[in-house]
Ligand binder design. Sequence first.
Ligand SMILES: Cc1ncc(COP(=O)(O)O)c(C=O)c1O
Length: 381
Amino acid sequence: MIPLISKLPNVGTTIFSVMSQLASESNAINLSQGFPDFESSPLLINLVNQQMIEGNNQYAPMPGLLALRQSIAAKVNQLHLSDYNPETEVTVTAGGTQAIFTALSAVIQPNDEVIIFEPAYDCYSPTIKLLGGIVKAFELSPPDYKIDWEMVKKLINNRTRMIILNSPHNPSGVILDEEDIRQLIHITAHSDLLILSDEVYEHIIFDGNKHLSIARYPELRDRSFIIASFGKLFHNTGWKVGYCIAPQWLMNEFRKIHQFIVFSVNTPMQHALASFLSDKNNYQGLSEFYQQKRNFFTGLMKETRFDLLPCKGSYFQSVTYKQITDEKDIDFAKRLTTEFGVASIPVSAFYSRANDHHVLRFCFAKKQETLEKAVERLRKV
Ligand SMILES: Cc1ncc(COP(=O)(O)O)c(C=O)c1O
């Protein structure tokens, strides 16, 4: 055996792969991983096909097709009244994941500290560690997962390089409000702190709430990478196309790394997305679409013994299960899959320390009949 020192010795297979695999072995309804079980727009699919047939099958420009970057900048301007230069401040990526990896790689030096809020999406922490950075996890708790900014302040010292935010939040479905933003502006003013704002669920926000993109606040925008995903916006997570917007001084560094990770992202999808995104009817209404799904799912779930946690955005509904069992969430999630045929994600997997609040996350980006069938099974629990 050739000796090999793992760069991520404590990282195994992600919980998403574990639960999806168990779901498929158990023939369970998979409400674990976050992807829709319905199709993307036929118009968008046709546009991609057309681009392939017309011969747009070679490398795209390194930062992305200019037409797509222009559509992105126009959307950000229209929604958040913020100007990003498509030439220098927008880069198309292979999904949100690559954008996050690239942004962190561009700025995190060994021993830099990065504050993340847990439960946290699973790629932040391993990426920081891979770069030699130090994860400073701030733990949030159900039911409201509220950030105590006074406590956050105490985590900040002269080694703190970055704060990672995610709103709407996966897995909890909570969103940042005006007070959070005010606190964030206050904490970062007169500091060298950078921000990575993961906004992949920006278009999925409920009950009349507004997505407070970091792009709206000049004080924050000028120190931030903002990450987005077309997979979440247009129901095609498998296409893996997303983007990053950032002020030019950060984007310059981002692109230096981006060019050596992927060089560029697949061309026909970029052409198709450029024209699809330029019509705002193609993305407005997503919140209503998913709010209807959330209401349908939660309406049915009220007939079960699960307790629903608030969900203000994203396509995830978290539940507690005190009335049912005191099993660990991972054990219960596995048993729900194998015995009752519904797969979920145990939220303890989103914490780096053992932290089991007995919460499961269900993805409701599913057809009505899938949700109906799933809850029919959950009623028996
Ligand atoms: C919070 C969050 N960030 C980033 C991503 C990754 O997005 P993509 O699939 O575009 O890589 C996801 C996907 O589930 C996510 O939930």
